[in-house]
Design a protein around this ligand. Sequence first.
Ligand code: IMP
Ligand code: MG
Length: 180
Amino acid sequence: MRTLLSEDELKAGVQKLAQEIDDHYGSRPLTVIAIMTGSLVLFADLIRSLSMPQRVGVVQASSYRGGTASGELHVDNAMMIDVRGRDVLLVDDIFDTGKTLDRVSSMMREHGAVSVKTAVLLHKLTEHRVEMRPDFVAFEIPDEFVVGYGLDYLDMYRNLPYLAVLSQTEVDATAAETAT
Ligand code: IMP
Ligand code: MG
């Protein structure tokens, strides 16, 4: 696996992201929502670096149904907290086609959020399928399949403390291993 961002680089990027969010919201209370499962690691680091009072919740979204290409999007809000009248910040691991954050942002507005912004660790420089763009971004990355720091392939590699590019050979090997 080729390391794209080291543990130290990720740490510095997340600190900078937190600073930008702090600068934007000041001491206003914020409802911060993790889009599971990819944002798990980022979320834990990010919310502890933000200074304002926070309400914290999660929604589950999945679009990678066993492959490395984006599939049908499923959103499960069974664990969502009340966002009516709140300023909401959605946190996700990566903005790829943009479908996930676009859909979940609309969902938050439908549930009565007064403002909805988005923060991501990674912004993949690819052809986005939606008009919206993330408000806060730690790193722009090329159009390659990456794992680590929360990002997975077949639910593996989320625990890696660094971000790595998974080559096609490694994709095939992981798929074969998972099938057995
Ligand atoms: P979008 O809806 O296409 O923007 O996709 C966002 C979701 O796809 C993210 O939350 C990730 O879970 C997943 N995803 C997109 N690119 C990658 C990648 O390179 N590695 C792992 N997961 C990815
Ligand atoms: Mg995800």
